[in-house]
Design a protein around this ligand. Sequence first.
Ligand code: NDP
Length: 313
Amino acid sequence: MTKLATEVVFTLNNHTKIPALGLGTATPSEKNAETKEAVIAAVKAGYRHIDTAWYYGTEKYIGYALEELFAEEIVTREELFITTKVWPSMHSNPAKSLEQSLQDLGLDYVDLFLQHWPLAFQSDEDGKPSVPRSADGTILMDPQGDFIATYKKIEDLYKHTDLVKAIGVSNYSQSFLEKLLDQVDVVPAVNQIELHPQLPQKALCDYCTEHHIIVTAYSPLGSSGAPVTKLPLVQKLAKKYGVNENELLQSYHINSGRVVIPRSTNPDRIASIVRLAELSQEDLQALYHLGEENPKRYICDPWGKNLDFQWWD
Ligand code: NDP
């Protein structure tokens, strides 16, 4: 019988469970409203994990979807795993960011609350503008900001409220994780980073595993246009295992103990990418080598430049 990626679950370092396949929802803004139908299609296809963020502008559409799914008793809140994140423009007040997210989602807790980037932008108390720039386009960092202080506020939410079941980080390189782990009590449950065969970031993944931090792979297809699905090796292995390219790329992560959060707003596609291939060690290694020999990062936001990541343009 075909194994399903939607049925694989990993255990986080605080013993809560995370479904290995999640639906990504960072859509271009003109497609944000399509997220409602995407979430409904995903849940009906068996997904139990939705990844979102304060920054994406999709939380209220996810909220509409959840309201409908709960009312029709298709799924219960407890069966779902919802992740949201605090953006650097809200670095000084993660509690406020979370409150807005919960309100839009129509929920009273999230399963995972992430620090979106280890950065602090100079914005107003509502987090506006979300990416502040000077007249010459330079991003305005908040000199008072400190990524560890933000994480400690997230830690407080975890320790002292019921609003978040687990906490973690995103876009942390190894050196930033080392600094963080030195100074905090709660080891992040997750580090969410760009990951696919063209960007294997093996040393960072190994470091996370050593420290009981689950890696979540974002932009697993290389983002819009899904360029990673077009690589000859990916196409060849998809044929070999009798799955499509999306499923092959998702299996590459899940077989390695990583969570993966592909995005789609196409209900047919969402339902057709749930099979899990069991890749041989040899094929997994071949996929890793692809990126080691010729690395490529697709999400090169300018604010990520000084975070000690390899291969940042
Ligand atoms: P993905 O790598 O998941 O690619 C999604 C795009 O690929 C969509 O436009 C989709 O179109 C298209 N697509 C999917 N399959 C195919 C195919 N077979 N052929 C052609 N096109 C295809 O992109 P994301 O960058 O969105 O990453 C996934 C998620 O990761 C995000 O949505 C977000 O939740 C998270 N993320 C987190 C970040 C962070 O900083 N923590 C940064 C970036 C992403 P269609 O809708 O038509 O299916």
